[in-house]
Write a protein that binds this ligand. Structure first.
Ligand SMILES: [Zn+2]
Length: 453
């Protein structure tokens, strides 16, 4: 049907009238803390770096949003300019959050933007970096400091809860490129020729707007399925998500902007490697968010349901001692990994059969389903869950525990980096068992059912 002026008027009336009443009834609080390391510690995400950080492009932030529905049910989401939170850090933070604020796991989502110009975090990707004892100690101290800082920020956000309305919508941004199916060196030429790059991709840009009783924007959360890997330098930055948040907060000084990473484990921002491109992609995201904010959004009625489970992902197989001894002779990442694994063998520890993978779902109001997954999840999952649960479904990855890549069956069968790199994260295996997608999807369907879909 053609959209005429009468219909447009009705949409506008819904957003400002009946919709407003439905969207209200929430209480929301925000808090943000600067987590830029004061010490020159190593930057996370690349095994090729040679030394610690040497300056700041822009500060790193951890931001907390606390929401409470009309019946007093609460949840908190944290976004942070961090490459990956390890299980050790997630558990340390969650234990404090549970004790101090009485929240269950399903009510907590600690996400990271996966910036590759953020700090190395304790027990995360340790085989990637040739750290000496001094660096390891600095990283340990820094990590424990920000655990406390983030937990306190959650407390502040909870304390600051005030009446608010929630609105949901989706825009688009088109800079994510499937890095498995397009050669990075070819991309600039292909884009210049106007060629269509090979997918799959997910260019959707989910937006959650929080408005106070006066209608003022107080917070805006948005996500995108693409690695934060424009920059690989030695200066702290939030990469393109950092620039996107800065642009939005500049335009809306009264509001806090928060970015979460979607299922973009096989997507890169291409072309890349300059601050100018990094800022350009950040501004593209910010413009996409502004566009969503300018148009009528879906009112989110004030009901919240949350569910969480750990599902075991099995390893395909453990390395043998002979394999580890051979690999331990190598330099770099694999040598360090094999030595660490042999250390476990010699200490009499047996390798785990699998790993507890965190899967979470939030249902906001009657319509908005938000699936929240751990790890570096490839794009197939985001597309699959939107297909199963509806186009407006949001899928956040890199949440709570980032323990490795989560390949789909397709990517697992194809092989390559995202299918076979568990060593980086210190697992006693190279890849997950073949049924990884089946297990994750079954767990997602259970938590989605538990939130009443
Ligand atoms: Zn990654």
């Amino acid at each position: 049907m053609r959209r005429g002026p009468v219909q447009l008027l009705l949409v506008a009336a819904f957003a400002g009238g009946v919709g407003q009443a439905l969207a209200e009834g929430w209480k929301v609080g925000t808090a943000k803390v600067n987590i830029t390391p004061r010490q020159p510690i190593w930057l996370a995400g690349y095994a090729s770096r040679k030394h610690p950080a040497e300056g700041t492009l822009h500060p790193l932030w951890a931001k907390a949003l606390a929401i409470e529905d009309g019946s007093g049910r609460r949840a908190v989401i944290v976004t942070a300019d961090v490459c990956a939170f390890s299980k050790v850090m997630y558990e340390a933070m969650y234990a404090q959050i549970q004790r101090r604020y009485g929240l269950e796991r399903s009510q907590v989502a600690i996400t990271c933007t996966h910036t590759h110009t953020g700090p190395v975090i304790r027990e995360s990707l340790m085989a990637c970096y040739p750290l000496d004892e001094e660096q390891a100690a600095l990283i340990d101290t820094y990590s424990q400091e920000i655990e406390g800082t983030i937990v306190r920020a959650i407390g502040e956000a909870l304390d600051r809860r005030a009446p608010a309305a929630l609105w949901a919508g989706e825009g688009t941004a088109a800079f994510a490129v499937n890095r498995r199916n397009n050669r990075e060196a070819d991309v600039p030429r292909l884009l210049e020729q106007g060629a269509v790059l090979k997918g799959p991709n997910d260019h959707s840009l989910p937006v959650l707007a929080v408005r106070g009783e006066d209608g003022q924007l107080r917070a805006v959360l948005f996500g995108y399925a693409c690695h934060a890997t424009v920059l690989d330098t030695y200066r702290w930055s939030g990469d393109y998500p950092g620039f996107a948040q800065l642009a939005l907060e500049k335009h809306h000084p009264e509001a806090m902007a928060m970015f979460w990473a979607g299922c973009g484990a096989d997507q890169n921002p291409l072309p890349r490697r300059s601050v100018a491109l990094c800022e350009k992609y950040g501004n593209m995201l910010a413009a996409g968010v502004e566009d969503v904010l300018r148009h009528p959004m879906r009112a989110v009625d004030p009901t919240l349901r949350t569910a969480f489970e750990f599902v075991t992902l099995d390893y395909e197989r453990h390395p043998t001692v002979a394999e580890l001894e051979a690999t331990a002779k190598k330099e770099g990442l694999f040598g360090r990994w094999a030595k660490a694994m042999l250390g476990q063998v010699r200490a009499g520890k047996s390798f785990a059969k699998g790993y507890p993978y965190p899967v979470e779902a939030w249902q906001l109001g009657g319509e908005q389903l938000w699936i929240i997954l751990g790890g570096e999840v490839v794009v197939d999952y985001g597309l699959r869950f939107k297909g199963t649960y509806g186009k407006g479904t949001w899928v956040t990855a890199y949440a709570n525990d980032t323990m490795g890549y989560i390949p789909s069956r397709r990517v697992w069968e194809e092989g390559g980096y995202e299918a076979t790199s568990l060593e980086e994260y210190g697992h006693p295996a190279t890849r997950w068992a073949k049924d990884v997608e089946e297990r994750v999807s079954a767990a997602v369907s259970r938590v989605v059912e538990a939130v009443g879909r």
